[in-house]
Structure formats: C-alpha cells, structure tokens
Design a protein around this ligand. Structure first.
Ligand code: FPP
Length: 239
C-alpha cells in the first residue's frame, strides 16, 4: 500500500543537531512570589528578567526561534489587577529592551490576538513589530491572548474557505506558518500539561518538563533542556 501523502516538516535534532525552534510555557511566577511572601506582581517582574537574560543568551547559538507563552486566552479570568500588572510589565519590557533587540537583530513576532490589550500596549507592540520586521537574527515570538484550539479552528476555517482542507493547508494558515517546525517545548514549575499552547505544532516536538519555577529559570537551565533534546533520537513515527 502506498504511504499516505502527509508531509511532516522535519525540524532540527535528527542525527544529533540542536533544536532550531524552542517554545516555553513560563510557569511558576506566582508560586515563586508566594514562597517569598511577595505580591504576585514581583514574580512576574522576576519572570521578565528571566526572559531578558534568556533572549540575550541566544546570540550565536543555533536557536533560530524562541516562542514564549506570555498571556493565554484564558488569562483574562485573572483579576483586573494582575492583568494590569502583566500589561504594564510588557509595555515596560518593550520600552526598555526594544533598542537592544534591534541592535542584536532580534525579530519580534506575536501570535494570538494582541488587539485585545489596551491601546497604548497595542501601539507599542505594533511599533516594535514594525521596527524589528527586517531583522534577521533570533525570531522572538510572544504568544499574547493566544489559545491553540482557537488558532487551529481559525486555520481550518481559512483552509476550508480556500477550498482545500489538508494537514498542509491548515499548517499554512496557523499563526506560526512562517516559523521553523517546533523542535522542543519546555514547561517550567512541575506542571505536566500543554494548557492550550501550540497543540498542532507540538505534534512531533520533544517535550521537556522541569520543576524550576520560571523566575529561577536561567540560560544554563535552558542549555540543559537543549542538551537533553540533543540526546534524543527523533523518529517522526518511523523506526
Ligand atoms: C505563569 O505564572 C506566568 C504567566 C501567566 C505570565 C508569564 C509572563 C511573563 C513572564 C512576563 C511577560 C513576558 C514577556 C515576554 C515580557 P503563574 O502566574 O501562572 O504562576 P503560578 O502558577 O505559580 O501562580
């Protein structure tokens, strides 16, 4: 019987190569703060520092794309105060770090619908997207107001609208269509689930779970995850 014609875009990692595209569910900011009797906002603030250090550390590594889950479509259920804290931190991050990202060739991308945030945040994000659009270094994708099931439903509807619904046409309509295939998905803080993040893209990704809380997650922890990826053999359903 002939093999079915499902094409699987192969990412890095076969024959010992490192991952090209790594995604992270940055979890544990609240617990980090609670352990220290600090407000949750402090955990998020430390979380942003961990993001900054990690992005800086990627220069010169083989990682082409880093995708971070910063705000899920379910995070609107958090208190108004926490949503405001997270929005303020994101605005501050863009104001303080955009110059450095431009200098280092980082290309910023957003998946999800960031238009739901306040107009000032939307304007800052749009400006940052425009000013980094032609950069050719690491692609830093931030998931904002993102839900994978919603993304898949939108992509399937767009494929149907165009008249052909296949794995390839749905993939081509995902928010991540122009990113390399996802190789490695990391989740911090000891939770073992995907929480509606990159469900389609994770089909052949290696999964890596660590107990480290996100604010404590260092570039060295990241390199440990990358090393564990290098030690695994990816078979994509074959033998
Ligand atoms: C999960 O911790 C973390 C979040 C919901 C937000 C992650 C956001 C950041 C690290 C900052 C913004 C990012 C960028 C790119 C500037 P939690 O609050 O669910 O922790 P808990 O499960 O311990 O309560």
């Amino acid at each position: 019987m002939p093999a079915p014609s499902v094409s699987i875009a192969k990412g890095g990692g076969t024959h010992g190569a490192g991952p090209r595209h790594v995604a992270i569910i940055m979890d544990g900011n609240g617990r980090w703060a609670k352990k220290r009797l600090l407000p949750r906002a402090m955990g998020h603030r430390k979380g942003v520092e961990a993001v900054r250090k990690l992005v800086r550390s990627l220069r010169g590594t083989g990682i082409d794309a880093l995708t971070l889950y910063a705000f899920s479509s379910e995070n609107w259920k958090r208190t108004e105060e926490e949503i405001a804290d997270l929005t303020t931190l994101m605005k501050h991050f863009i104001r303080s770090d955009l110059g450095e990202m431009i200098e280092n060739g980082v290309k910023l991308r957003i998946i999800g619908d960031h238009s739901a945030f306040d107009p000032e945040a939307v304007a800052l994000i749009d400006d940052a997207l425009a000013r980094t659009a032609h950069n050719t270094g690491t692609v830093l994708t931030v998931a904002l107001n993102y839900g994978a099931q919603q993304e898949i439903a939108r992509a399937a509807a767009a494929a149907a609208q165009a008249g052909v619904v296949t794995v390839d046409t749905i993939s081509a309509h995902l928010d991540t269509a122009d990113l390399p295939p996802l190789d490695l998905l990391i989740r911090t803080s000891g939770e073992i689930r995907l929480s509606n993040f990159l469900l389609w893209q994770a089909a052949y990704a290696e999964l890596y779970f660590t107990d480290v809380l996100w604010p404590d997650f260092t570039p060295e922890h990241f390199q440990e995850a990358v090393a564990s990826f290098g030690a695994r053999e990816r078979r994509y359903g074959g033998r």
